[in-house]
Design a protein around this ligand. Sequence first.
Ligand code: ZN
Length: 371
Amino acid sequence: MPRPSPHPSRHAAIVPPYLLARIAASDDPRFDVAADAARRSLVRDWSMLEWRITGEPPTFVIHDHAARDERPAAAPGTGPRPDRRISDAENDDVLPGRLVRREGQPDTGDRAVDEAYDGLGDTFEMFARVFARDSIDDAGMPLEATVHFGDHYDNAFWDGERMVFGDGDGEIFRSFTSSLSVVGHELAHGVTERTARLRYQGQSGALNEHVSDVFGALVEQYSMGQDAESATWLIGEGVFTDAVEGRAIRSMIEPGTAYDDDVLGRDPQPAHFDRYIDTDEDNGGVHLNSGIPNRAFALAAVELGGFAWEHAGRVWYDVLTSGRLRPTSDFRAFASEIVRAANDRYGATSREARAIAAGWAEVGLGVPPAP
Ligand SMILES: [Zn+2]
């Protein structure tokens, strides 16, 4: 009898299996390395998926709990401060790898190490300053990441304890630390795991993905001081090489338009609940159907203008931490909790509540007014 994993979003990876399968099937000689890397990445992702189902970690994962216990005492009166630990897998398949940079240590000169360190810092800072959240668990949990995982590994994932980043194959994917929205997305999986615990399957799984995209985008916008109108609303901008006809892995505001490429095909994300995709693959289409709530969020944020983390982001965070979502909450339950939270925070006739309700209506998930 397999034990259920204590980590509902364990191995929530940024690149969905259907995209890797397209690359793996390519016989274009320009992408020999990429096709081989995608095949091996799929196999790697499968063993991680089994871990999530059975609770048994694959042999290459050795969690070093000893290293986690020595934490520097927090200085009094300084507010939350990050405690980052970046390890280097040195292109091997072993986790966590060799610890190469700890909090307060200078740049190493290794781009992936330093990008992960900076990206975790930006993510920590947004959660701390905007939402007064002290790390993933709101209790100062160290932020751990492993970079250079695997050989040309084409993915990044949250394994329940740390963020893991591959270097990419170099032909289609660059290093996954190069996009701040990817770093923020992975860390947000940890936040969801410790708050709403949305089950990583079907609609609740697509909501889990959606929440990670929301906070991934917000971290990027926050770090750039960017308002909702000038934001790209892209997730994973910069992880594709120039050989790819595409801007990013996903577009929150225009799902289905992030790429259209000979090898990758066309971005399959639906933008409306009428086109919800029923599938057994990808945990029931978690990376596909997340486009629907993503668009609702982005539309509301753009309609409100200004900084998205100050209004729409605030309401989404309220719901994530409200205790009112169930692990199996579906799109309609989530939308109605969001509308309720907007009404509670701003008033039912406020611009905020109206813009947020309109965003859901636009994607086919309108919430009837409360009696
Ligand atoms: Zn994810």
